[in-house]
Each structure stands twice: as structure tokens, then as C-alpha cells.
Design a protein. Structure first.
Length: 169
């Protein structure tokens, strides 16, 4: 979580307005849109974990159904060879007026997640929620999913920067 936060912040730092909004093609996301998708997803998953998943009754009988998913999340989610369409609620809409505002909110949410992972005494492995593709995931897996998702889309930001038409400043 700390490393993907650092990488995301580095990838979005020091961009001009033209670079922030540059689109390689009409059907591609800009860095601003990609960053917004990361921040929206981060907020949504953190809210689900903190307000719903961890408030649901413990269900240790489901533990077996999530075995092996940590590795899938950490290896398959960041992998960019397979493209996916973001669900409507996770698509960018221009929610943040500036890069600074987006980064501030992202850092606040990620900070809460890292603090929670570091300090909680609750058993994250006994609380579950369904994921549209991965089915049952425990609370810990939902949080590492946020890190893996951030890694995936930070790579997308770096791809935008590599476009030959990407503004020099």
C-alpha cells in the first residue's frame, strides 16, 4: 500500500495542465481521468470495508473460499495485458477540480487504510463481501485489491506519458 501510494504520487507529480489532461486518443483516458478512477475506487473500497464489510458478522466458515486469492490479486490485478471496462460508478466525471485536490483526498483515504491495516486488532480474514469478478473476498483482500488496482492504473499513467504526442510541458 505504501509503495503503490509512492509510485502513484510520483507518476502524477509536477504535471502541467496540458499533460494532466492529455488524451492519446478519444477513447483513452487522460492522466487526470485515470487518477480520478484510482481515487474513486480507493474511496469506494475503503468505505465498503470500514462501513459495511467489517460491520458484518464474522463468517469464518467462508475462509476456505478465499484461499489463494491474495496471490491472484497481487499478480493478476496489476497485469495490464487484459483490459477491463470500469463499472459506471467508477468512471471519471471530473469530481476533483485540480490535481492537488485529488491527491489530497487520495492521500487521506490511503492514510486511513494503512493506519487501519497497521493498528487494527480485528480479524480481517473473517469478514467477507462479493466482488463482481473474484467472487468472495475477505476484508484484507479488499484492501490489498486497492493497492493492486492503484499499481495497475499507475502503469496506465506511465503509458500515457510514453505516448509520442504527450506534451513536453
Amino acid at each position: 500500500m505504501k509503495q503503490t501510494q509512492k509510485d502513484f504520487l510520483a507518476a502524477t507529480e509536477g504535471l502541467s495542465d496540458a499533460q494532466w489532461k492529455f488524451k492519446a486518443a478519444p477513447d483513452k483516458w487522460s492522466i487526470a481521468e485515470t487518477a480520478e478512477h484510482i481515487a474513486i475506487t480507493e474511496d469506494m473500497i475503503w468505505a465498503a470495508v470500514s462501513e459495511k464489510i467489517m460491520k458484518s458478522p464474522a463468517a469464518p466458515e467462508k475462509r476456505e473460499s478465499v484461499k489463494g486469492k491474495d496471490e491472484i490479486i497481487l499478480t493478476k490485478i496489476p497485469e495490464r495485458s487484459r483490459k477491463a471496462q470500469a463499472p459506471e460508478p467508477l468512471r471519471p466525471t471530473g469530481k476533483w477540480a485540480t490535481r492537488a485536490a485529488l491527491v489530497k483526498d487520495f492521500e487521506a483515504t490511503r492514510g486511513k487504510e494503512i493506519a487501519y491495516l497497521t493498528e487494527t486488532k480485528e480479524d480481517l480474514r473473517n469478514h467477507f463481501e462479493e466482488h463482481p469478478a473474484l467472487q468472495t473476498m475477505d476484508a484484507y483482500q479488499w484492501l490489498i485489491f486497492n493497492g493492486a488496482h492503484c499499481k495497475r492504473h499507475t502503469a496506465q499513467i506511465l503509458e500515457v506519458k510514453e505516448d509520442p504526442k504527450f506534451p513536453k510541458s
